[in-house]
Design a protein around this ligand. Structure first.
Ligand SMILES: [Zn+2]
Length: 747
């Protein structure tokens, strides 16, 4: 087979302001950044078909979603780097992983800056620059190579959070599938002809919401964690121009969450949940990567158009879409991932006249009042025409953001993009599709392109823009969270299938498509109400930036936690892109060697304001159990701003501390009389962040098992998945899981 592809990959830091910027996804005004658990990255893949010279860019970033303005600005900068024809809106696909723990403020539409308190130039610039740099690296790395495709199911990795809505779909349609979630992960692997492994990207449907709406530390959540594990195993280094990258992109996860299994995130268990769902994705990706043997071959092609979703006519019917509006249940929040700020519950349906149900009218009107208070400067019509009400029925409209003046609060002119690489087709959509909505769309496209040699259709969601959810018409009619958040009414999915179908037909027939209407440019309309750094002050004139407020102890055991508090400055002064706010160092000979930085999940950089302009920086290191004995220290890097606006870097260094050998190991004994396999999850009862403390054992039917408790623990908290109970157990105890599922101590 002639090898005809040039391939290249690139990665770059997109970690935005780590303090006092609203996080995007949970729509909570209180959820502002206060530190970093892991950095965020943009990962870019370029494929160029040499004989036709056609190329495509696929980029996935650890952010909530791409937006229209991010896409426009990235393409503009690529054009200034490479000329007008190499990278365009048509062949560049930019998507977000949908992490809910990353700073926001990079949309030009008010609805998506509401909880952020406006557009944030600094974060916008950070994300745009990171995306451009990742693509630039991929471009500079282009060389002949091969792409392999593989797919397989990820088991027990996310549940449907609106199963009642899913159940509304026709029985014969449901019967075609094994369940109410899509378990399939599709992965493509990039290997250069010189045998260098340069990365992989996969698409798998799950909400990265294990870190709930109380979390204030920046993290890529389960998808970012999966990327971290894979890249670490491959020895990746972001400072090299070419390194292995592994992107975990999202798919039709509209109704899929890992939290259904455990309930609303409580901040205490969020980290181990994230590890559970991140590890499952990582392990499957690694397995698919190492066993991939089917090579992608053939032409590269793409089509892109903008569609005005406020008025798509469904051909051959009298049905159409309508200007964007949100239903009352949207403000209930997704009951499984976060709690409503308004006290509403899901499933609120309109009366026959399209009005609010009597019992909930007051609380809905209260929510509207609160919203209009936040949306100063916009006129949102309070009394709607019957046509609009009927068009959205049975959704009781709580906010008709598509009719706002002087312009809509969320976009209606939206990009649809289809990319072909050999026999794989990728659909770039700005929506979050539910499981069944995604299946319908993929089936529509596969039916059109099957005869052209396409056998895989992957869904790239949160791509190129964002405009809410899409459910099936049947799911819409029951008005759960996802249905209430479907902006353009009950026929949105049909409109999407119809318009994507046109792009697929054009690919099939080798025809061009119209560019569609141009999205409005709102760059001059942006305001911002966030706190900014005026100046940083020292707590006392004689305490320098980087001085310690609370220093380390002199001795620690592996498996315990080191904490040091520095007097520092605001992280907005310098994002330290591609850098770090901290380093854990070990002494080797007379040199200090860095072993961890702020991207490693065993470290936490935390910022807190103290008085008016002092910053308190807490650095936590959960010492992994396999840490060598020796001398260690923790460094903090920051930048302070003085009254004349000058920014100066500073460094803080903790005292040196020793890590000693572990003490003797104790055990807890388990016996399983439950009658079937049980999962045991272990961790420290007081300190969930002790990542080394977490481990899992599959306790088979009738198995007896002794678990070695890490030194210095005393007690362990165990989750028994199966019987589904928690228990705190002391070292030396013997536990039996009875046939009834109850736990008993055997003496
Ligand atoms: Zn979502």
């Amino acid at each position: 087979m002639p090898n005809d592809y040039l391939i290249g990959t690139g990665i770059y830091d997109v970690t935005g302001p780590a303090a006092e910027l609203g996080m995007m996804g949970m729509a909570s005004i209180e959820q502002k950044t206060e530190g970093i658990h892991s950095r965020l990255f943009a990962r870019a893949f370029i494929v160029c078909h040499q004989s036709s010279n056609k190329r495509v860019v696929i980029l996935s970033a650890d952010i909530w979603s791409c937006t229209l303005t991010l896409k426009m600005e990235v393409v503009k900068r690529l054009k200034s780097l490479y000329g007008p024809d190499i990278y365009t809106i048509d062949n560049v696909l930019l998507s977000g992983t949908h992490t809910h723990s990353a700073p926001g403020g990079y949309s030009h539409y008010a609805l998506y800056n509401l909880s952020i308190l406006g557009f944030d130039k600094q974060n916008f610039e950070c994300v745009v620059n990171g995306m451009v740099q990742a693509i630039k690296r991929a471009h500079e790395n282009l060389a002949p190579g091969k792409i392999f495709i593989n797919s397989g199911n990820v088991e027990d990795c996310g549940n449907n959070r609106s199963p009642i809505a899913y159940e509304q779909n026709p029985a014969d349609e449901k019967a075609k599938y094994s369940g109410n979630t899509d378990k399939e992960m599709i992965l493509i692997k990039f290997i250069k002809d010189n045998a260098k492994e340069i990365g992989c990207v996969n698409w798998y449907a799950i909400h990265p919401t294990n870190r709930g709406n109380k979390n204030k530390l920046i993290t890529g959540d389960n998808k970012g964690y999966a990327s971290y594990l894979f890249e670490k195993e491959k020895g990746a280094n972001i400072h090299e121009k070419e390194t292995f990258i592994s992107a975990f992109a999202n798919s039709n996860c509209g109704d899929i969450s890992g939290n259904v299994k455990y309930g609303i995130p409580d901040l205490t268990h969020d980290f181990i949940r994230m590890q559970e769902f991140g590890e499952k994705q990582f392990k499957k990706a690694r397995e698919l990567y190492s066993s991939a043997s089917i090579q992608l071959n053939g032409s590269i092609d793409y089509r892109h158009t903008h569609v005005d979703f406020s008025k798509v006519k469904i051909e051959g019917t009298d049905n159409r879409t309508f200007p964007a509006a949100l239903g009352a249940s949207m403000f209930a929040g997704s009951t499984e991932d976060s709690k409503s700020e308004f006290g509403l519950i899901e499933g609120i349906k309109a009366t026959i006249t399209g009005d609010y149900p009597a019992g909930q009218k007051n609380i809905i009107l209260e929510a509207i009042n609160l919203l209009s208070g936040l949306l100063t400067g916009f006129k949102v019509p309070g009394i709607l025409e019957d046509e609009m009400k009927n068009g959205h029925k049975p959704k009781p409209i709580i906010l008709a953001q598509g009719l706002a003046e002087p312009y809509p609060l969320s976009p209606e002119i939206l990009p649809l993009q289809i990319i072909r690489i050999g026999n794989l087709v990728l659909l770039g959509t700005p929506f979050e599709l539910t499981t069944m909505a995604g299946r319908r769309l993929r089936e529509t496209i596969l039916n059109i392109l099957k005869s052209s040699g396409i056998d895989s259709v992957a869904l790239a969601t949160y791509a190129n823009a964002y405009a809410g959810y899409i459910t099936t018409k049947e799911e819409y009619d029951i008005q759960h969270y996802e249905g209430a958040s479907t902006h353009f009414g009950p026929y949105t999915l049909m409109a999407l299938q119809q318009e994507f179908g046109k792009l697929a037909m054009a690919i099939k027939d080798g025809k061009t498509v119209s560019a569609g209407p141009t999205p409005r440019d709102l760059s001059s309309e942006q305001t911002n109400l966030q706190t900014s750094v005026v100046t940083d002050t020292q707590p006392m004139p004689w305490i320098p930036f980087g001085g310690t407020q609370t220093d380390v102890n002199s001795f620690y055991k592996a498996g315990t936690t080191v904490k040091v508090i520095f007097w520092g400055a605001h992280p907005k002064n310098n994002l330290r892109t591609q850098g770090t706010f901290l380093e854990v160092q070990r002494k080797e000979g007379d040199k200090w060697i860095t072993i961890f930085n702020d991207n490693d999940p065993c470290t936490i950089y935390e910022w807190k304001r103290d008085f008016i302009a002092n910053s308190k920086i807490t650095i936590t290191w959960n010492i992994p159990t396999d840490t060598k004995a020796g001398e260690y220290r923790i460094c903090h890097f920051g930048d302070s701003r003085d009254i004349s606006d000058k920014i100066k870097p500073y460094t803080g260094i903790s005292n040196t501390f020793k890590i000693g050998e572990s003490l003797a190991i104790n055990e807890i004994n388990f016996k399983n009389s439950f009658g079937k396999q049980v999962e045991l999850w272990f961790y420290h009862p007081n300190d969930w962040l002790r990542w080394s403390a977490y481990s899992k054992h599959d306790l088979k039917k009738d198995e007896q098992f002794s678990w070695k408790v890490p030194s210095g623990w005393g007690k362990v908290q165990v989750r028994f998945t199966g019987p589904g109970k928690w228990k705190t157990i002391s070292v030396g105890e013997s536990i039996n899981i009875k046939a009834s599922g109850d736990i008993e101590n055997i003496t």
